[in-house]
Design a binder for this molecule. Structure first.
Ligand SMILES: [Zn+2]
Length: 116
């Protein structure tokens, strides 16, 4: 039981990084943005990037811990759990499958796999 609780806590800490790693990430992100943008646009880009990251992280947490009843989040959860528990080298997208389509890591459907 203790081992299971420990594994769960390790998994949850991987989903939600510590505040120390958030701070380091934010500093590096801010410095990167300062290199590629003007001083007046850096805060706006930083805020947008931070909001995007928080939404991504919240979606990831939701997919792991919630029991969605509507179709879209239920399909996202199934898609993401396929990545974790069935086909780890595909389905990298968490909030959408867009980049999996771009990079060719979209898993084949069962119907397509049977037709080959
Ligand atoms: Zn996950």
């Amino acid at each position: 039981m203790a081992a299971a609780a420990s594994a769960t806590s390790l998994f949850q800490s991987a989903l939600i990084p510590s505040s120390g790693s958030h701070f380091i990430f934010c500093c590096q992100f801010w410095n990167l943005l300062k290199l590629v943008s003007t001083p007046s646009t850096t805060p706006a880009l930083f805020g947008g990037g931070l909001l995007g990251y928080v939404m991504y992280d919240a979606t990831h947490y939701y997919l792991h811990h919630a029991q969605p009843t509507s179709e879209v989040p239920r399909n996202l959860k199934k898609y993401h759990f396929n990545h974790h528990f069935r086909i780890q080298n595909q389905s990298f997208g968490i909030t959408s499958s867009f980049w999996d389509k771009v990079f060719g890591t979209l898993p084949q459907s069962k119907a397509a796999a049977k037709s080959i």
